[in-house]
Design a protein around this ligand. Structure first.
Ligand SMILES: Cc1cc2nc3c(=O)[nH]c(=O)nc-3n(C[C@H](O)[C@H](O)[C@H](O)COP(=O)(O)OP(=O)(O)OC[C@H]3O[C@@H](n4cnc5c(N)ncnc54)[C@H](O)[C@@H]3O)c2cc1C
Length: 567
């Protein structure tokens, strides 16, 4: 079934659940009126349906390949990139001074999610550019910004992110790439990077790599890392892509999915680059890019979930098995359970994603520390729950198809294979959960408590209209509060880490209940209230088991010795 962009869903969420009015009232985003946002969503949705969605299967069947050191992209991807670039979708939230549209991250997040649903492999390319743009806007010198940003935003050039090395994955501080000062304002970067998404392509005239490397006086660990912009072609006197730099793609990885996205091993041999941010300040600059990318990857998960849901629903509406009122499997209770779970979780994860983006926008517009804390707290949840939803919904989508789900030509399996990596890259979901229970609780749990207060206040007010929905949300929030207090009280971080993943999942479940409740109040007796009823009755109760795991401490997980694990 062709993809249908869920524009009306975004319009509803922005207006009723993500508090977009508040964003549009700020001076920074005063131009993002309802009309403008509606037009943008509609236009982007059309591009996703008509241009990107038809590229999903060709990318899987004819992966990107390496030919004489140059990446040749999947059929149609070049036209897809052109449409994304010409639509202005890369620089949506970019600084207008350099050719961006200056739109709120909330709108960019919605558009990115639609692009992910339509064709995840291709969407990863503009996502990498967007992260690079944001890191440079915040940390690069004016000269670097003027040289690179307009071309990155227009799509003439593309961007990548080079952190990972064979011995430095989650532990980025273990990297060994080196940089030395050339004495002319530039640096020579040497080292090997692995798993670099879109490390090369045949549609942009230059590929700009943001590379983490260590200067000779850089201390070991993350504190000694610096960030460099290293282009494939050195800009000439006119700022155009000139002579080739000393870097190359060594090979492409063979992956379980995401075949249209070339995942490159990159070799830098004294490649010329320029510092972004301060010497040894690379991690701070990279964090800007990573936070952007974490939200973006959460959106990838939600997008794939939407695509997989639409695909499974279309199949269920056609497949005839057994006697049912409609004659198709859509009426079987278990198939309905699957479809309702998929739809309800797409809504919950999308609402979390957009509320996280909205907090980032409010932070940008107001510089308020509370918005910053809210954005920081929601980011790991949006990333991990968005991608878990992508995996769970895509996996359920395979099940809805029965045997045909296991047969590649239906496309149901591709959603699952493609989305699997989203729980791994940009910080594995385990690392996200650890970030939530450690760094994001260094305030003693204050950011969490404020959010829980708001949810309880809302549920308290909602009791007057829908007590049967508001009650369970209030009670779940109270249980989550107790678990949060337990976590904060654990002096040994390992006791928090052992239950970090179930804690994050439970937090997301409760947030999902809250946003469903908000939606139910905006649509009394309508489909959104019915969907909320299903979520709150059937899915929200999962939080109880998850929170029991979250508070179990670390003793049991280390119960078996390594020898006993092996035996
Ligand atoms: C398709 C693809 C595209 C990618 N694109 C890029 C890219 O564009 N740029 C880039 O720089 N990288 C990229 N990556 C790399 C990706 O970010 C890493 O794979 C990821 O960070 C995990 O690192 P790792 O693979 O070394 O796993 P490891 O770090 O070895 O992790 C293995 C397991 O151990 C766990 N673990 C590790 N450390 C800890 C810890 N301290 N506490 C608890 N658990 C821990 C992890 O959660 C995981 O479950 C990509 C990877 C893939 C597969």
């Amino acid at each position: 079934m062709p993809y249908r962009a869920p524009v009306t869903d975004y319009q509803f969420l922005l207006r009723h659940v993500a508090g977009f009015d508040q964003i549009a009232e700020t001076e920074t985003f005063s131009e993002a009126s309802d009309d403008v946002v509606d037009a943008i969503l509609t236009e982007a949705g059309k591009m996703c349906e008509e241009v990107m969605s038809p590229l999903q299967r060709p990318g899987d069947l004819e992966p990107a390949r390496l030919e004489n050191g140059v990446v040749r992209t999947s059929p149609g991807y070049s036209d897809g990139w052109k449409a994304i670039s010409e639509g202005g979708w890369i620089g949506m939230s970019g600084d207008p001074e350099y050719g961006g549209m200056g739109l709120p991250m909330t709108v960019t997040t919605a558009v990115n999610e639609m692009m992910s649903a339509a064709c995840l492999s291709l969407q990863l390319a503009p996502l990498m550019s967007q992260g690079q743009i944001e890191a440079m806007e915040h940390h690069a010198s004016d000269a670097i910004k003027e040289l690179f940003l307009p071309k990155l935003m227009s799509g003439e050039w593309s961007g990548t992110m080079n952190l990972t090395e064979p011995q430095a994955g989650s532990d980025v501080g273990a990297l060994s790439s080196k940089a030395v000062d050339n004495g002319d304002g530039s640096y020579a970067v040497t080292g090997q990077k692995i798993y670099i998404s879109w490390g090369d392509n045949d549609f942009a005239s230059n590929v700009c790599h943001l590379v983490l490397a260590r200067l000779p006086d850089g201390v070991p660990g993350t504190k000694g890392i610096s960030l460099f912009i290293v282009p494939k072609h050195l800009p000439d006197d006119n700022g155009e892509a000139g002579v080739a730099n000393s870097l190359k793609v060594v090979s492409l990885e063979h992956k379980m999915g995401l075949h249209g996205s070339p995942t490159c091993v990159m070799q830098f041999d004294g490649a010329k680059g320029w510092l972004v941010g301060k010497e040894h300040g690379g991690m701070a600059a990279m964090f800007t890019m990573m936070n952007n990318a974490r939200l973006g990857v959460g959106g990838q998960g939600v997008g794939v979930a939407e695509g997989a849901y639409q695909h499974a629903l279309a199949y269920a509406l056609e497949r005839k098995q057994g006697k049912t009122p409609s004659g198709t499997i859509v009426d079987h209770a278990d198939v309905r359970r699957m479809l309702m779970s998929m739809k309800a979780d797409v809504f919950a994860s999308r609402a979390i994603l957009l509320n996280c983006a909205a907090a980032i926008d409010m932070q940008t517009a107001t510089d308020d520390a509370e918005w910053a804390a809210r954005a920081a707290f929601l980011t790991p949840i949006a990333k991990a729950f968005g991608t878990e939803t992508g995996m769970r919904v895509a996996e359920t989508g395979v099940q809805v198809h029965g045997g045909m789900g296991f047969i590649e030509e239906t496309g149901a399996a591709q959603f699952y294979r493609d989305v699997r990596v989203t729980a791994i890259y940009e910080g594995t979901n385990g690392i996200q959960a650890m970030d939530l229970v450690a760094r994001k609780m260094m305030d003693g749990g204050e950011a969490a408590a404020k959010l829980l207060d708001e949810i309880e206040d809302h549920a308290e007010r909602a009791r007057a209209t829908v007590p049967e929905l508001a009650g369970p949300v209030w009670e779940a929030t109270e249980t989550l509060r107790e678990a949060t207090e337990w976590l904060v009280a654990q002096g040994d971080l390992n006791d928090r880490f052992a239950g970090a993943v179930p804690y994050l999942q439970a937090f997301a479940r409760v947030l999902g209940g809250h946003y469903h409740l908000v939606a139910a109040l905006a649509d009394p007796g309508g489909p959104r209230e019915k969907l909320a009823r299903f979520y709150i009755n059937a899915l929200l109760p999962e939080h109880t088991g998850l929170l029991a795991q979250a508070q179990n401490g670390s003793a049991d997980v280390y119960g078996l010795t390594i020898d006993e694990l092996v035996a």
